[in-house]
Design a binder for this molecule. Structure first.
Ligand code: PLP
Length: 474
């Protein structure tokens, strides 16, 4: 029943004193009538109140800090739909400028004024676009050769992010997984090439593997693909899923060849909302040249001499992220990005060293190529311990820290690791606070007399109760 005495903006008393605050929040049906904005705000705010503070969320790759000017710019553009290019043509041009900047950061050989790429809602859409283009190019080649094109596949390491499973399932393309092992902690290039055949649309290499933070060796893969193509006459190509590395490698390791400098790398995707330092959701995909973007994926608009090419799975999308990205490019410049990424990597290396010095733990890898630290319990410590990293995860959550523990993918699924993302906003001081909390909780857990439920489950090889989310995106 609508309150007959209701008047818009009416507030009989302070928000928490109003009748509406005694009613449960709607779960199934839209409420019968309106309520005051104060009450609506409070109810929505309270629903999310008990969550981890984004800055303490060390599980997420996604940007949790931008400065006040960036935040202001993005808030001011919150009502702009990117797709309305006719109404907001400058945003489309700004987007194309960002595409140019990304393409040049990745050493594109393309000489056109406007480089070939697309805006995406995140790496997931960007990965899909890169892979769909590879698939369509393959179909074109197969058609020309009069060969069947109904059994496409792609090859990727088992350290893939869930988007690749989605790509395989939604488009009905076989995903051939190269297992990770203790010897091959990233893509095993020989094994990958052995899985390729004339139906392989591309091999995907990952720069910044979600599970571990490591980089696949693209230079070795590229050389192997050269050899494979020469021997078979196939036109195997590489897509780089650089969700993380796309914004780390150009600034911190510019000499490392992983991008368009390599022969067979035809497309690269990244997340602007990860180390691109923009709030979600933003992704970029760039092709080495216009000829690698199938014409029927592109929608081209001419505006004031600029050729704006639209490619995407979604139609409407927010424009604010483009303003945020362009602001960051201007505000930080190459040097500024380098400084931010350098600090994140230094803090990651510091954390890596401190964790390695603890008697209970060992880092997953010696190297720290991205600001991501992954560690496990030393096997001989785990054997006698009454607890697991899952218990440490729960303890840390009591202080608001979100530090995920998870089992590794097939083949090394018995290994449980813990991971911290050291992003902009995770200061050295916060890192020390985290380390102190880790140390004191470990000391507490070491005092346990009886094993925890997760330890018993591990002992008996019982699958742990599944959480409703998983930090590797699987
Ligand atoms: C390697 C990799 N690819 C793709 C994705 C998906 O990225 P997004 O969340 O930007 O869609 C992620 C996310 O963590 C990732 O790490």
């Amino acid at each position: 029943m609508i309150d007959p005495n209701y008047r818009e903006g009416d507030a009989k008393s302070e928000a928490f004193g109003q009748d509406a605050m005694l009613k449960p929040a709607p779960v199934e049906k839209i409420p019968d009538g309106p309520t005051t904005p104060q009450v609506a705000y409070q109810m929505v705010k309270d629903e999310t109140y008990a969550q981890t503070q984004p800055r303490l969320n060390l599980a997420t790759f996604v940007t949790t800090y931008m400065d006040d000017y960036a935040t202001k710019l993005m808030n001011e553009a919150i009502n702009i739909n990117y797709i309305d290019e006719t109404e907001y043509p400058r945003v489309a041009v700004m987007c194309q400028k960002c595409i140019n900047i990304m393409a040049n950061l990745w050493n594109t050989p393309e000489t056109n004024k406007w480089k070939t790429g697309a805006l995406a809602i995140g790496s997931s859409e960007a990965c899909m676009l890169g892979a769909i283009a590879a698939w369509k190019r393959w179909i074109e080649r197969r058609k020309k050769a009069g060969k069947p094109y109904d059994k496409p596949n792609f090859v990727i390491s088992a350290g893939y992010q869930v988007v690749w499973e989605k790509f395989a399932t939604l488009w009905n393309i076989e995903m051939r997984q190269v297992p990770l092992s203790l010897e091959h902690t990233t893509l095993d290039v020989d094994a990958a090439i052995k899985m390729c055949d004339e139906n392989t649309i591309c091999v995907v290499a990952i720069e910044g593997v979600t599970w571990t933070g490591l980089n696949d060796d693209v230079e070795a893969l590229d050389a192997a693909v050269d050899k494979y193509n020469a021997e078979t006459g196939n036109e195997l190509c590489i897509h780089i899923d650089a969700a993380t590395g796309g914004f780390i490698l150009p600034f911190l390791f510019p000499e490392k060849k992983w991008d368009f400098r390599l022969n067979n790398v035809l497309s690269i995707s990244t997340s602007g909302h990860k180390f691109g330092l923009v709030y979600p959701g933003l992704g970029w995909v760039i092709w080495k040249d216009k000829k690698y973007l199938p014409a029927d994926m592109a929608f081209t608009v001419d505006y004031l001499g600029a050729e704006v090419t639209q490619v995407g799975l979604n139609y409407s999308r927010p424009a604010a992220q483009i303003l945020g990205q362009y602001y960051q490019f201007i505000r930080l410049g190459f040097e500024g990005y380098k400084n931010v990424q350098y600090n994140s990597l230094q803090i990651a290396k510091y954390l890596h060293g401190q964790i390695a010095a603890m008697p209970e733990f060992q880092p997953y890898s010696e190297e720290v190529p991205n600001p991501i630290v992954t560690w496990l319990m030393k096997p001989d410590v785990q054997k006698d311990a009454k607890w697991t990293l899952y218990d440490l995860q729960d303890k840390l959550a009591q202080k608001g820290w979100m530090v995920p523990a998870y089992a590794m993918p097939v083949n090394i699924e018995n290994m449980v690791v813990m991971r911290v993302l050291c992003k902009q906003g995770f200061s050295r001081d916060m890192c020390d606070q985290l380390l102190n909390d880790i140390k004191s909780y470990v000391a507490e857990l070491n005092q346990l007399e009886y094993p925890t439920p997760t330890r018993i489950a591990m002992e008996k090889n019982i699958p742990l109760p599944k959480k409703s989310f998983n930090h590797t995106g699987k």
